[in-house]
Design a protein around this ligand. Structure first.
Ligand SMILES: C[S@@+](CC[C@H](N)C(=O)[O-])C[C@H]1O[C@@H](n2cnc3c(N)ncnc32)[C@H](O)[C@@H]1O
Length: 209
């Protein structure tokens, strides 16, 4: 029996949550500060979803390949790029938990709020790194370790955020150099009890060695 993908189910309504739009804007701003973008770059967004991060970074690169394991999320992105007449974004169905990326040689591989949905994060970071050309940049943002209250519905959530030391260790094992972590943004929202809760998001950057 085929597992129902929660993101396929949520895709049409995904962008209606203003919090998601805000997170993508802040993560993109942090990436633009941390990485020396060039207008000639070919970039890949891993777990691009409806393209909230993709479309914030697009003005700063030559072309962007938006990948995701949810066909429904990529369908929403395709509708957006068609409506806007955007020609330098391609979409690619890629399960970063399961297989090597079918395309490679990128100058930048980025990702936002995807790692906690992956089962085997060290292996996925290796696959993302392998999609870079030597010296290419990796920029990955996700939740810092949290108490499990971030997702009211835990379907498809495999990690309650990450400790910076784990990310650093996994990136080094993936063959990355110049590894650096910083704070990208803090989401503030009520948890299930109604109490205000802070969820810091880190940005890890590194270069393929
Ligand atoms: C929280 S959303 C973030 C989407 C987008 N990066 C953004 O910032 O708006 C997580 C995304 O990761 C994708 N995803 C989950 N598991 C994945 C996997 N194994 N491989 C690739 N993408 C995956 C989901 O389909 C979803 O689009």
């Amino acid at each position: 029996m085929k597992t129902i993908n929660r993101f396929d189910q949520q895709a049409a309504e995904w962008d209606n949550n203003p919090g998601r739009v805000t997170v993508a804007q802040h993560v993109a701003a942090a990436m633009l500060q941390a990485v020396p973008f060039a207008s000639t770059w070919r970039a890949l967004d891993c777990g691009a979803g409806t393209g909230l991060l993709t479309l914030n970074l697009l003005p700063h690169v030559a072309e962007l390949c938006a990948t995701d394991s949810s066909a429904g999320m990529l369908e929403q992105l395709r509708k957006k790029i068609a409506a806007a007449g955007i020609r330098n974004v391609t979409t690619l169905l890629w399960d970063a938990d399961a297989e090597a990326c079918p395309r490679a040689g990128f100058d930048l591989v980025c990702s936002s709020m995807v790692l906690h949905h992956l089962r085997l994060v060290p292996a996925a970071l290796q696959r993302m790194t392998a999609a870079l050309q030597p010296g290419g940049w990796l920029a990955v943002a996700d939740l810092e370790t949290e108490d499990g209250s971030f997702h009211p519905d835990p379907t498809g959530v495999h990690h309650h955020g990450f400790a910076p030391e784990s990310i650093t260790r996994w990136l080094a094992a993936a063959g990355c150099a110049d590894i650096s972590l910083r704070s990208a943004y803090t989401i503030i929202k009520p948890d299930a009890t109604g109490a205000e809760h802070r969820y810091p998001i880190f940005l890890a950057t590194a270069r393929r060695g």
